[in-house]
Design a protein around this ligand. Structure first.
Ligand code: GTP
Ligand code: 5AD
Length: 329
């Protein structure tokens, strides 16, 4: 039987973080003082997890971090995962989410290993602003080169994630619209969620879907195009057909009802939601010598308890037990 939770949501999308380390210190994500808080596992352990999840109906595996490209051996790991088949005998859709800093030299080897797609986080198209947000000087050129290399080698479609935070980068909306058109990438704006180390989130810091649409239409009209039910982003094309943007609006337009995702952290804990207040130690069971059948039973019991929805912005909201960099996005 394939994985589903008690609300009947099929779980088809697994995200595995392979390191808690990140070489960027983006101001909306990190304090700038903390490093990695959790350890990571040998690739063979992530692979065993991926194999078991694939047998339970997972169709898509996204490799995350921290920053996944910091981890030596990531290309070989992709090659191993690419050999897996899901419950229907199909190859998996393998993607990676990266800050892009090390991507330009790795795009071709990753593609050759079987990676299908890449999502690059990029929160400004202006190099100085980019440096202020990431707190890394000269990163912009590397990231741009990584995006271009990914397109060139066919890691398609290249998606660029831009988290908007009021006062920092909402003036980048139109420049990002131009960037999507010029570079042939899908730029997806993400509403800022309370998942940052610094706990600076407040409702006023969120630049909402409505505001993004309003501002972008001052540049060019947008036309909404269909998206899949389980997809996080609403999709739009510009009126002349050139360029696509997406808006991921977990705060103003939550999409929990169609959630198909489950996450494993770098230290081998299952998280049923980004905003969960607990996690479930899959790796500990492995260390205790659990068989595949025991791991399957554990995974099923955890998935069954996946929470219905998040409570961001509500009076009873309890902050997640981990912040984004320690989950994987
Ligand atoms: P594809 O859609 O397969 O291309 O994957 P992707 O990682 O590029 O996008 P995805 O939609 O999985 O996630 C992009 C961003 O959306 C994440 O980095 C989060 O900021 C947000 N997001 C993803 N999943 C969830 C979720 O379950 N809940 C909430 N609240 N936000 C999410
Ligand atoms: N809210 C929304 N998205 C976030 N990301 C990181 N922190 C947050 C947050 N607080 C995004 C990153 C990256 C992905 C992993 O999650 O920009 O694209």
């Amino acid at each position: 039987m394939l994985l589903s939770d008690k609300f009947g949501r099929p779980i088809t999308d697994l995200r595995i973080s392979i390191t808690d380390r990140c070489n960027y210190k983006c101001i909306y994500c990190r304090t700038g003082n903390e490093g990695a808080l959790y350890g990571d596992l040998p690739f063979s352990d992530y692979f065993r997890m991926a194999r078991i999840f694939a047998s339970l109906g997972i169709k898509k595996i996204r490799i995350t971090g921290g920053e996944p490209l910091l981890r030596k051996g990531v290309v070989d790991f992709v090659a191993e995962v690419a050999k897996l088949r899901n419950a229907g005998g199909e190859p998996l859709d393998i993607a990676i989410t990266t800050n892009g800093h090390l991507l330009s030299d790795m795009a071709q080897p990753l593609k050759d290993a079987g990676l299908r797609r890449v999502t690059v986080s990029m929160d400004a198209v202006d190099p100085d602003r980019f440096a202020r947000i990431t707190r890394v000087s000269n990163g912009f050129d590397n990231v741009l080169a990584g995006i271009r290399a990914s397109r060139r080698v066919g890691l398609w479609p290249v998606k660029v994630n831009c988290v908007l935070m009021r006062g920092f980068n909402e003036d980048q909306i139109i420049p990002f619209g131009m960037f999507a058109r010029d570079e042939g990438v899908v730029v997806r704006f993400i509403e800022f969620m309370p998942l940052e180390e610094d706990r600076v989130w407040a409702p006023e810091t969120v630049v909402t879907l409505d505001e993004i649409l309003r501002r972008m239409s001052e540049y060019r009209p947008l036309i909404e195009i269909p998206h899949q039910r389980s997809e996080t982003a609403r999709r739009y094309r510009f009126d002349d057909g050139v360029g696509e943007i997406g808006i991921i609006a977990p705060v103003s337009h939550p999409f929990c009802g169609h959630c198909s995702r489950i996450r494993v952290t770098a230290d081998g804990k299952i998280r049923t939601r980004l905003c969960s207040v607990w996690d479930h130690d899959l790796h500990e069971l492995m260390l205790r010598g659990a068989s595949d059948e025991e791991l399957v039973a554990f995974i099923r019991s955890v998935v069954a308890r996946k929470e219905e929805r998040h409570h961001i912005g509500e009076p009873d909201f309890v902050p997640a037990s981990r912040t984004m960099v320690h989950i994987g996005g």
